[in-house]
Design a protein. Structure first.
Length: 255
């Protein structure tokens, strides 16, 4: 008869196979019931919500948030891929934050999918997923970053709500400063006839002293027959100039 130590070793071997495949989010049927219960009892996995477990350290103390926050994005991407395959993406606002290099775990991650049912999934430490039933943007504006399906840089700026510029000015300015020319943004503005958004983005670029891009947006939209009323979405002006030569967002975030 196998000893308890041998039984645990067998269960850990099954877990290691999953880890080696890149999994951190363990679905119920990925392990046998025996292995799952044994690993749970010995602190190698933790239940996140019905049907899903997270690989954790057995030395983790009760209330320790390290494993959750360090695995959050990978856990969410694996759960969402299981639920929707490639038929989902996160909100424009959260996409913009990630483009700015801000991977802070949000209290609520908004996920859009035609297969969603407008429900909320409660996650540990007052975090959650909110699943919005919604058509997805065009495939050419959806990208994947570390497993997260999100909007492109230009689409994030065009589709983000005005409050994004007020509530997350550092992130918004950081993404604006990464834009070298207005062509991608203008393509989306013209396609959707977004004259109000054009005025907001022109004002936003003017705010970070990118007058050339602001002028291009306004003039191109007006030539296409749209009336553009420029408006600054930020509450204040910067006393520094952000560089649009930076390929990484972090230098401008530090500024």
């Amino acid at each position: 008869m196998a000893t308890p130590a041998k039984k645990l070793a067998d269960s850990l071997e099954a877990l290691q196979i999953l880890q080696n495949s890149g999994m951190v989010a363990i679905k119920t049927d990925a392990l046998t019931r025996t292995n799952r219960e044994r690993l749970l009892a010995n602190g190698f996995i933790k239940k996140i919500y019905k049907g899903w477990y997270l690989i954790v350290s057995p030395n983790e103390t009760k209330g320790d948030t390290t494993s959750w926050y360090s695995s959050y994005w990978q856990f969410c991407s694996q759960v969402l891929e299981d639920m929707y395959q490639d038929n989902w993406c996160i909100s424009p606002e959260q996409s913009l934050l990630i483009h700015a290099g801000n991977w802070t775990v949000p209290q609520q991650l908004i996920v859009k999918s035609p297969a969603a049912s407008n429900n909320r999934t409660e996650l540990p430490y007052n975090t959650s997923l909110f699943h919005i039933k919604s058509p997805l943007p065009a495939k050419n504006v959806i990208i994947t970053n570390n497993g997260i399906r999100m909007l492109s840089q230009s689409a994030s700026l065009v589709q983000a709500t005005p409050n994004t510029f007020l509530q997350n000015p550092t992130d918004a300015r950081t993404v604006l400063a990464m834009v070298n020319d207005a062509s991608d943004i203008l393509s989306l503005l013209l396609e959707g006839g977004h004259s109000t958004v054009a005025g907001r983005l022109a004002g936003a670029f003017r705010n970070i002293k990118q007058d050339r891009i602001a002028d291009t947006i306004v003039k191109t939209m007006e030539k296409a027959g749209y009336t553009v009323r420029e408006s600054d979405p930020f509450e204040n002006q910067l006393s520094i100039t952000l560089s649009n030569r930076q390929k990484s967002p972090y230098a401008n975030r530090i500024k």
